[in-house]
Write a protein that binds this ligand. Structure first.
Ligand SMILES: Cc1cc2nc3c(=O)[nH]c(=O)nc-3n(C[C@H](O)[C@H](O)[C@H](O)COP(=O)(O)OP(=O)(O)OC[C@H]3O[C@@H](n4cnc5c(N)ncnc54)[C@H](O)[C@@H]3O)c2cc1C
Length: 197
């Protein structure tokens, strides 16, 4: 797998004291609140037996810059809140797009062909805008590779699900790059909830 996708994943917000909140919720189920903080692998043990609902109390919000191909797949994850840069109301004046490293690796000719298609897409787009066509219509000529930006809020259970599904070898390479970044950040903010991934 290549990691050279020009993507960006940034953490914007996370539930304060997320792991403590998760443990509080889990311990409430068993009336063992007095043991809070005494067992570093408590959350992992719950996850091992499929007792996962308590991690839904913690949320994280990410900013992601990637292609429209990526965001199209991303928003299939439904247990979420999304805000995406609009192609209806924002003009894509600058040709911003994600070139898959697989195309560059194929050789200079493939790279050149890709660049030419991007150029002609944006020429057509600007031409339509110049004729007075609205951005929401002109965007029909923009490519899937067009860069997009999206803010996503998921609970920790959904984040675990996305990491598992999208960091697998079967997932889209660009999504693998994004999922690997999400996993790296998730392990930093809540190691007990994500250390097995
Ligand atoms: C390798 C790969 C190939 C794919 N190929 C295609 C494809 O060819 N065509 C295509 O259309 N999609 C494809 N998908 C998308 C896939 O079908 C899912 O839509 C996407 O991965 C979202 O995942 P999800 O449905 O598990 O979960 P999420 O929306 O993230 O939901 C999380 C979990 O909640 C539960 N859940 C959520 N909503 C419901 C519900 N309504 N009913 C019951 N349980 C629910 C499920 O357990 C689900 O796994 C592909 C995904 C992958 C990873």
């Amino acid at each position: 797998m290549t990691n050279e996708y020009d993507i960006e994943v940034k953490l914007l917000a996370v539930t304060p004291e997320a792991e403590r909140l998760v443990e509080t919720a889990g311990r409430l189920c068993w009336d063992t609140q007095d043991k809070t903080g005494t067992m570093p692998d408590r959350i992992q043990k719950w996850l091992e037996v499929g007792h996962e609902s308590m991690i839904e109390h913690a949320y994280a919000t990410f900013y992601i810059r990637a292609s429209r191909v990526l965001t199209h797949e991303l928003v299939r994850h439904r247990l979420a809140s999304y805000s995406q840069r609009s192609q209806r109301y924002v003009k894509e004046n600058e040709p911003r797009y994600v070139e898959p490293p697989e195309i560059k690796e194929e050789g200079e000719l493939a790279h050149q062909q890709f660049e030419e298609v991007m150029k002609s897409c944006w020429e057509a787009y600007r031409g339509l805008l110049a004729k007075g066509i609205k951005p929401e219509i002109a965007r029909y000529v923009l490519p899937n590779a067009c860069e997009s930006q999206i803010i996503c809020t998921w609970n920790f259970r959904e984040i675990r699900h996305i990491i598992k599904l999208r960091s697998s070898k079967r997932a889209l390479p660009e999504f693998r790059a994004v999922a690997n970044e999400i996993r790296r950040i998730a392990k930093e903010i809540a190691p007990q909830a994500f250390e097995d991934l």
